[in-house]
Ligand binder design. Structure first.
Ligand code: NAG
Ligand code: NAG
Ligand code: NAG
Ligand code: NAG
Ligand code: NAG
Length: 502
């Protein structure tokens, strides 16, 4: 009697655990990047994640502030290892052990962070990197795996490598012709085998926006999920969006080489809202809503019906990212940098997006061009240039949200971005050759009657507690942006979707 009762309870428990795993295996993932002059405080970000139903998050590095805030939050974490650490980690198991100890083990045991994956490198085989990480990625993967096993985390934490779609290609122009790029074919085989042997997935980043950005003749409706007039026909399958075609090219490449059942994660996918004429709120909403609907309905691809885990890119805008790939790089967020809502999205079950709560802003003050200053002033160009060297002016470009402002508003936008980036510090609105003045009247175009400028925002940035404490205006933030643009080369995408053209 006792015995069978125990059995029943045990059975129920197993059932619960299985059910719970099924439920948590679904859900939404998102990338949390932190390349911003005014990063949103980590505890506010974690609340933002939870309130919007994101139960998986991907970090590009083991940021201690982010990891601590994620402790005991119920959110599953993928921690990235930046490419510039691969050489060190490939050098010795000891280095990998230290990395795992400091960046993984301690956060799991002390802070209760639910780390599920470590992503080794970030698109290390991108053509643009000119083979720089070819020799170090696999040894780093092996060393980190050994370190995880030694730390007793071999089962709990799985390794993956996020790759860009340019590691595979198709010679026939359709997904069934998919195979890995010839120059890294052998290396990819070793990596894929290693992942399979250790229970890790392969992570792939897919960007239909970049297909469109690279090729003006790319059929625009093929980028979205609502059907196309020019499908790609592959045998009995008709592909109506580039996401499925691209993903299945990878599935074919894996299958052809004997790894047809290797799990795949979509590590980054999304659409930017500014910095290019195709990067706008309408397209971003259309793309992300189409994607979310697939996730909610559990739709896979023709070649692999089981849906992959998907991490949207990204959660919030990052104004200090390198704009090497294009001005849109700083505008991938579903939310603005401060967690404000950009556009409505149905996150499943008719649940809509919720803005960040508890955000503290600087005073409602803006730095603008003095009303009676002359637009022909010979110092104006230099002043704007100065502001835009140290602050983010990517919204001013052609086709961008503030791209149709008149000269005066254009200058005001630039001055204000500088002023806010410098935390409204004393003197920071006085650097523009007497052409600027502080105002308490919001200079943003009014949303209702300003046509193409209706999404142009004259920011007031969030309060990092720096506006009174420093006398020297801005050196540190300015150095920071410079530093980022020099050192960061993180997301350079190579754009190779011609093959999908009919
Ligand atoms: C992770 O650990 C290493 C020690 O190997 C340390 O140098 C590094 O700064 C840590 N943090 C991050 C974000 O990688
Ligand atoms: C990688 O290793 C090969 C063969 O040992 C060598 O020729 C090449 O220079 C190395 N590449 C880098 C970037 O270190
Ligand atoms: C506005 O400013 C940007 C950045 O300085 C510049 O590229 C653009 O041409 C300006 N537009 C006008 C109308 O002045
Ligand atoms: C700004 O105006 C002040 C007072 O009107 C003047 O003394 C100063 O030379 C001006 N500075 C510049 C850069 O024009
Ligand atoms: C707004 O943008 C569209 C498309 O870029 C353009 O055709 C239209 O003329 C613009 N409207 C105004 C008021 O400038």
């Amino acid at each position: 009697m006792e015995h069978s009762n125990f059995h029943n309870i045990f059975f129920l428990w197993i059932l619960f655990v299985t059910l719970e795993n099924c439920l948590t295996a679904e859900g939404l993932g998102v990338n949390w990047g932190t390349r911003a002059t005014h990063p949103l405080p980590p505890d506010i970000v974690v609340k933002l994640l939870k309130e919007n139903g994101f139960n998986k998050v991907k970090l590009f590095e083991a940021d201690p502030g982010a990891l601590k805030a994620l402790g005991r939050s119920g959110v599953q974490v993928m921690v990235g290892i930046p490419n510039d650490m691969l050489a060190t980690l490939s050098g010795s198991v000891r280095a990998a052990e230290q990395w795992v100890q400091q960046n993984v083990s301690s956060f799991i045991s002390k802070n209760g962070v639910d780390i599920r994956y470590v992503a080794v490198g970030n698109e290390p085989f991108l053509k643009a990197y000119k083979n720089m990480f070819l020799n170090t990625t696999l040894p780093a993967l092996e060393n980190v795996q050994a370190a995880l096993i030694k730390a007793g985390l071999g089962r709990q934490v799985k390794l993956t490598v996020p790759i860009n779609a340019d590691v595979y290609q198709t010679d026939t122009g359709v997904p069934s012709g998919g195979d890995f790029r010839i120059d890294i074919h052998d290396l990819m085989m070793k990596i894929v085998k290693f992942l399979r042997d250790n229970g890790g997935p392969l992570t792939i980043n897919i960007y239909p926006f970049l297909s469109l950005y690279a090729d003006p003749h790319f059929p625009i409706d093929f980028a979205f999920f609502s059907g196309t007039s020019s499908p790609v026909v592959d045998g009995s399958i008709s592909y109506t969006n580039v996401f499925e075609a691209n993903y299945d090219t990878l599935v074919w490449a894996l299958e052809k080489n004997g790894f047809g059942s290797l799990p795949i994660i979509v590590g980054e996918i999304g659409w930017p809202t500014d910095g290019d004429s195709n990067a706008n709120i309408e397209y971003a909403r259309k793309f992300n809503q189409g994607l979310l609907d697939r996730i909610t309905r559990g739709i896979g691809t023709p070649k692999r019906p089981t849906p992959p885990d998907i991490y949207l890119f990204g959660l919030i805008d990052e104004d200090a990212k390198s704009i090497e790939p294009g001005n849109f790089e700083r505008h991938w967020g579903i939310f603005y940098y401060d967690g404000a809502i950009k556009y409505q999205l149905n996150l499943g079950n008719k649940r809509s997006v919720t803005a960040a709560k508890g955000v503290r802003y600087l005073a409602r003050k803006w730095c603008v061009m003095t009303p009676d200053a002359n637009v022909n002033d010979p110092n104006l160009a230099d002043s704007i240039n100065y502001a835009c060297t140290y602050a983010d002016c990517t919204s001013l470009g052609y086709g961008s949200s503030c791209g149709e402002l008149d000269i005066k508003s254009n200058a005001s936008y630039a001055f204000n971005m500088y002023y806010q980036t410098m935390n409204q510090q004393k003197g920071s609105c006085e650097r523009f050759n007497n052409l600027s003045v502080i105002t308490t009247i919001d200079p943003s175009p009014s949303p209702s009657n300003s046509g193409n400028s209706s999404h142009c925002r004259f920011e007031v940035m969030i309060d990092l507690g720096k506006h009174e404490s420093r006398v020297n205006p801005g050196t540190s933030s300015a150095t920071m942006i410079n530093h980022f643009s020099l050192v960061l080369f993180v997301l350079v995408f190579v754009l190779d979707y011609y093959m999908y053209l009919p």
